[in-house]
Design a protein around this ligand. Structure first.
Ligand SMILES: *Cc1c(COP(=O)(O)O)cnc(C)c1O
Length: 387
């Protein structure tokens, strides 16, 4: 074991089961470990480095801002967060943005916005939020409560009250809850990531959007993982032709720096007043300058490429030896394998390809701009590993 791995085990809290690799540097979709071994990266730091490692445009934007004004606090106006909010609203039709530093925080803000809207409009006893089984919304005590997977709750109770969980794709179950409970909002991931890389069914999502609109229940889309171009649309909800009231995002938005955003639609754009919410680092100029570069490059041409690469991966893997099936959307794909996923992942790593896991599946989250020849090389390795 290398010194870094030993020191990590000694000094870093045991919350992560790391792969036995020390990554040292990266360029585009390639990265190198401390022994000089090269890997094709199909994980992008869990959907974060959406233009790969050390993307020149992003690096230039971040570096220029870093040398100008690295932080100002939210006591003052700054240009990068304003530019990013304007861009996000322009591209989505949402009305206002709150910036934070992570996906969990983006969801916390969404939950606070929903609670305040419901309390103001329907009374303080309307605060419950419906989320789906197998969802993942973060690791804070409130976003854990929202997360529909018991394994994450164990040992951390009591969690924040007020969350109800129903099976995905079961509109009747949500309808029943709206008749028996006082519901403020429903929160979904259009493509569930940690829960196993599965896209929700269009009839469910559309039906849910209508139900929410009819009952004045807010629809929150957690786009932390499936957002920012990954699904083949700018935000995954756009594939379903719905308009959520609140969208939370993070991961890919910052392109490699911590940044969360909660997009507020027409109903909730002015729900917060001064003092209701805040974040010291939220909207950090360096993170936002990088995000402006990232977001302005997610255009129709790039999204077309994402969909094309997705079709290619699916057609290569469907029916391949040892592959049971492929789920997901865009460049967020889950591969169900005959061998245990961990075995396939280890075999890929051995052969120089980094892939991830979600539940029992091998999860692929490549850079949106991964060169087709590198992608093909990685697919070939993955197919060999599945045999
Ligand atoms: C990763 C993730 C989160 C949590 O994001 P953090 O930045 O780790 O707090 C929330 N929701 C979804 C859908 C995620 O994939």
């Amino acid at each position: 074991m290398s010194q870094i791995m030993q020191d990590d085990k000694t000094y870093i809290a045991n919350t992560y089961a790391r792969f036995p690799v020390v990554l040292k540097s990266g360029k585009g979709s390639l990265c190198t470990d401390e022994n000089g071994k090269e890997y094709i990266d199909l994980g992008t730091g869990i959907a974060v480095n959406i233009f790969g490692f050390a993307d020149p445009g992003w690096t230039a934007a971040v570096t220029a801002q870093l040398q100008t004004l690295q932080h100002a606090s939210n006591l003052y106006y700054t240009a990068p967060d304003t530019a990013l909010a304007k861009l996000l609203c322009g591209k989505t039709g949402m009305k206002k943005v709150f910036f934070s530093n992570s996906g969990a925080e983006a969801n916390e803000c969404a939950i606070k916005a929903a609670r305040k809207y419901a309390a103001t409009k329907k009374g303080a006893d309307t605060y419950k939020i419906v989320t789906l089984e197998n969802s993942f919304h973060g690791r804070t005590l409130t976003t854990l409560a929202a997360t529909g997977q018991e394994v994450f709750h164990k040992d951390f109770t009591p969690l924040t009250p007020g969350f109800l969980c129903t099976p995905a794709n079961d509109l009747e179950a949500v309808k029943e809850l709206t008749q028996t409970e006082k519901i403020a909002a429903v929160m979904i991931e259009c493509v569930q990531g940690e829960g196993g890389v599965t896209a929700l069914e269009p009839t469910f999502v559309k039906g849910l959007a209508k139900l929410c609109a009819d009952e004045d229940i807010l629809l929150i889309c957690d786009e932390v993982q499936c957002g920012n171009g990954r699904s083949g649309a700018l935000y995954a909800y756009m594939n379903y032709e719905i308009t959520p009231d609140i969208v939370s995002t993070a991961k890919g938005l910052g392109g490699g720096l911590p940044l969360g955003a909660t997009l507020l639609g027409e109903k909730v754009k002015d729900v917060f007043v001064s003092g209701d919410h805040g974040s010291t680092f939220g909207g950090n100029p360096v993170c936002c300058a990088g995000a402006v570069e990232i977001l302005s490059r997610i255009d129709d041409a790039l999204l077309g490429e994402v969909r094309e690469k997705s079709r290619h991966i699916i057609s290569e893997l469907t029916g391949a030896e040892g592959v049971k099936g492929v789920t997901g959307m865009g460049l967020m794909l889950g591969v169900e394998t005959e061998k245990p996923a961990s075995e396939v992942i280890a075999a890929c790593m051995e052969r120089g390809v980094l892939v991830l896991k979600a539940k029992n599946k091998v999860r692929l989250l490549p850079a949106l701009n991964i060169p087709p020849e590198l992608l093909q090389k990685a697919i070939n390795v993955l197919k060999e590993a599945c045999k």
